[in-house]
Design a protein around this ligand. Structure first.
Ligand code: SF4
Ligand code: SF4
Length: 65
């Protein structure tokens, strides 16, 4: 399980990038994306996904179901 960024909602504010304990979020060519192979949904680190908590958008980062 991993989270994903809805590109059309992302304003590229970068708030999520540095809060990820797994360094799963990276910017490339102005777009931010979560590497699903690195995202653990913050399991073992935090009770809630830190990227979701940091994002100023609404439902911009969602579970990749
Ligand atoms: S849910 Fe946690 S591990 Fe996954 S991308 Fe967000 S901050 Fe990183
Ligand atoms: S915090 Fe939200 S709006 Fe900002 S770069 Fe990350 S996903 Fe995009």
């Amino acid at each position: 399980m991993a989270y994903k960024i809805i590109a059309s909602k992302c304003t590229a504010c970068a708030s999520c990038e540095d809060v990820c304990p797994n360094l799963a979020i990276r910017e490339k060519d102005g777009f931010f994306a979560i590497n699903p192979k690195k995202c653990t949904e913050c399991s073992g680190h935090f009770d809630t996904p830190q990227c979701v908590a940091a994002c100023p958008g609404y439902k911009t980062i969602v579970p990749d179901a």
